[in-house]
Design a protein around this ligand. Sequence first.
Ligand code: MV4
Length: 498
Amino acid sequence: MFKKILTANRGEIAVRVIRACHEMGISAVAVYSQVDRAALHVRRADEAYLIGPAAAAESYLNIDRVVETAKRCGADAIHPGYGFLSENPRFATACHDAGIKFIGPPAVSMEMMGSKTRARKQMEKADVPFVPGTSRGVESLNEAKEIAAKLRYPVMLKAAAGGGGKGMRLVDSEGDLASALESAQSEALRAFGDGEVYLEKAIINPRHIEMQILADEHGNTIYLGERECSVQRRHQKVLEESPSPAATPELRRKMGEIAVKAAQAAGYANAGTIEFLADNSGNFYFLEMNTRLQVEHPVTELTTGLDLVQWQIRIAAGEKLPFGQEDIKLRGHAIECRIYAEDAENNYFPSPGRITALAEPSGPGIRVDSGIYEGWNVPIEYDPLLAKLISYGESREQAIGRLRRALEEYFVGGVRTNLPLFRQILANPDFLAGRTDTGLLDRMPERKQSGAKCDDETIVAVAAGIFYATNSMAASGNGAEGTSASPWKKSARNEALR
Ligand code: MV4
């Protein structure tokens, strides 16, 4: 077993990994940027090293700096968490070349799953059902028209290098195809440096259901049940639960077996997730594979009783899984809320600043994976996820009841959070009935902005303002507002204008 593990991450996930290390008698090393000197993960670690300035590109994304730090402090493995370098095959290779074990899948698996078209080709070979469409880039408008006509509208244009909705366009009819293709290609090129775009049949208001798998380095792969992740806003997950209210034992078994097949086709090892889109007729399709530990892994930990981070570490150390599929018994129901420093009442505006007061909930069936403490300053430079509140119950009803109670106990002072949003979701009749699909949040009447009346002149003036703001922001790169607005605020404004 490893003696010392470096966590190449920050916030709640770095704290989560440090906890697993300490439970296993492993020494934990943190790295931090200049604005994270006093962060919780630094305080919880046994050693901590400064790796650069606030900008992630120069600190948490700096491969050379992270690997060099691990070598210098004598770490024998690196856990990448999620985000940052976690799905970067060059990072996994750099760790390997430095004689440090990367706690995650082989670089080749990450590479294959990083390209959606390559992944689709591989899944096709392995007989995994995926959304009807092409498995290579569209080469011309005419070709796109032919394929779309065969698939029948609506269709979806997607970036091969994408994920998370970037470079994605829903196309309702042939008349919209030309401009959608052009804008999808240019967005993909800007976001990923790769303009390759392919076509899929669009599934309307699908559910987003994903399957957790665990594979050791000796060829054993098992599935650990699904997570329902449909409650999301603009491709940002907000609440996840397991089991899915839409899943039957039959669907779970089918989806699980397909997920195992997909993982094996990718030569996968360690923890991974296969994402599916499900329609309301019981069909489901492979969407993509996430080659990392996910934010929402705790719901699976609670329903399986397994510590996924510990198993990631054991697998990376070469251990064989001592249990098989038949030993996995799912029990109860778990729900996770992602607590963000943002103002859900005001267009989800980011809300960084000092945590002046903090009361975290506890009690039966409640787990809080937090990256904050009272008195700490939430920096503006990173993802605004503060903590995750996870509830567990014997039934979905009990999990909801405990979550509601915990939300009443939860208090965060000094920054705005999306806690009020969860109180609304947990009172929503569709959510309570398990009718969760990806359109749920947009349909919630209490979330609708007040419909302000507006004359034509005002509309023209606002449009001109938006045109000016978006153009100048794109042109100058760092915004027309100079130093007056924080990067969070600027990107939030840009987001709100989309
Ligand atoms: C789709 C789809 C409908 N049809 N593909 C969004 C993120 C990206 N990873 C895949 N996404 C979607 N792909 C087809 N063919 C609808 C979505 C989608 C979505 C998927 C998962 C979770 C939330 C979503 C919200 C809107 C659209």
